[in-house]
Write a protein that binds this ligand. Structure first.
Ligand code: FEO
Length: 401
């Protein structure tokens, strides 16, 4: 994709990765992503972030479109060192020989650890620092742990743009560049997926950072994340900022997710009985087999659910491996405000619900009594599962009403 002038003298020079499918275990399905970066032409020319290393050729091409083949870049601004954004940094330093490379205090440490540089002209810009490009100023705000310690935001007051790096991103490869050009419902869904699978553990930091930004009273009329669509206009910016507050507060809906793996369908039949009990009480239910769903799809559904019911038969004195994977993934993302329950069938030793319940307890969930069934559920034990669904529904209502 060719560069796009997003405001006078400011260009999107990123790349579209149509075929990316996975970020460290987070499946982005068939949507791909973009690595956005930005070139500002002023008395000094500044580049904000790079792109993934395999797109070095495309990035140079885009920069040459704006600057000409021998174009010079004076300043690099590196908001985040993860290789999808800083992957071309070493190549770009060699080619463009920048006068300065600006990054956060933690960014400088990460830059050293990634690139082991000796004589790069790195200058640390903690929160409150600013530089002049001539007509424009760039101000820096550290956004530590959103989602790495090095993360920072760059704000241009003259153009009212916040370059926010990973924050407010979505993984969606599109030919459109702005959020107002695409379907809003789908965009919001992808923002939610991105938040649930990347940003969720840092929700307290999100709230703190948004509050700090509000107190700084930044006048923002464009938000440019490093992934996906950008937001232009005050209303759009307010929408996306409010959306992040909503995500970070993790207020659950009247919704339950039953996630399970099954050996010979006993745990699956139990899951369906629990689902009926929940649905009959008016709770919206998702029943998700780990054989049919990626753990990141399950996590997106769990994100705004009030209850999580996990199911596995006993397997080698523990649980089935796909459920162990799911629990590890979920625990790392630290979902809050959930009710949890376990179900499972067993043949002889029967550790499944103990293992599952312990995992839910470690995530701080409010536990509803588990149910385990020997080999194959009977009509009566399925009624017990149905009743467990009703009990979980009552717990959800008691919590939310
Ligand atoms: Fe998009 Fe943290 O990298």
């Amino acid at each position: 994709m060719r560069p796009v002038e997003i405001k006078e003298g400011i260009f999107w020079t990123g790349v579209v990765d149509w075929n990316r499918r996975n970020f460290h275990g987070y499946s982005i399905s068939h949507k791909g992503t973009t690595y956005n970066n930005f070139l500002i032409k002023d008395e000094k020319v500044a580049l904000i972030d790079t792109v993934a290393e395999e797109f070095w050729g495309a990035m140079q091409c885009n920069l040459a479109h704006v600057l000409g083949p021998e174009g010079k870049i004076d300043y690099f601004i590196i908001n985040h060192l993860e290789p999808d954004h800083a992957g071309c940094l070493a190549l770009a330093v060699e080619k463009y020989q920048p006068e300065k490379i600006y990054t956060s205090p933690m960014g400088q440490k990460a830059m050293q650890a990634h690139f082991h540089y000796k004589d790069w002209p790195v200058e640390v810009v903690p929160t409150g620092s600013e530089i002049s490009l001539g007509k424009r100023t760039l101000q820096f705000v550290e956004t530590r742990m959103l989602h790495w310690p090095d993360a920072m935001l760059t704000y241009c007051p003259e153009d009212k743009i916040a370059f926010t790096n990973d924050a407010f991103g979505q993984n969606w490869a599109t030919s459109e560049r702005f959020a107002d050009q695409v379907d809003r419902t789908f965009l919001e869904d992808l923002m939610k997926t991105y938040y649930a699978n990347i940003v969720l553990p840092y929700s307290p930091v999100v709230l703190k950072t948004l509050k700090a930004l509000e107190e700084m009273n930044l006048d923002i009329d464009m938000i440019c994340p490093d992934h996906g669509l950008m937001f232009r206009g005050k209303e759009e910016c307010k929408w996306v900022l409010d959306k992040y507050v909503e995500f970070a507060e993790q207020k659950p809906k009247k919704k339950a997710v039953i996630v399970f793996d099954t050996m010979w369908h006993s745990t699956e039949n139990m899951a369906n009985a629990v689902a009926s009990g929940l649905a009959d009480e008016g709770i919206s239910v998702r029943v998700m087999s780990m054989k049919s769903n990626h753990h990141s799809e399950v996590m997106t559904e769990i994100f705004d659910a009030a209850a999580v019911i996990v199911g596995s038969p006993t397997h080698n004195n523990g649980i089935l491996p796909l459920m162990a994977d799911m629990l590890t993934y979920m625990k790392g993302l630290r979902p809050q405000n959930k009710i949890g329950a376990a179900i499972g069938s067993f043949g002889w030793s029967g550790e499944c619900v103990k293992v599952l319940t312990q995992a839910l307890e470690e995530m701080g969930m409010d536990i509803v009594d588990p149910i385990k069934v020997k080999h194959v559920p009977t009509h009566d034990t399925l009624v017990q599962c149905y009743q467990q669904g009703k009990d979980i529904a009552a717990a959800i209502k008691a919590k939310l009403d």
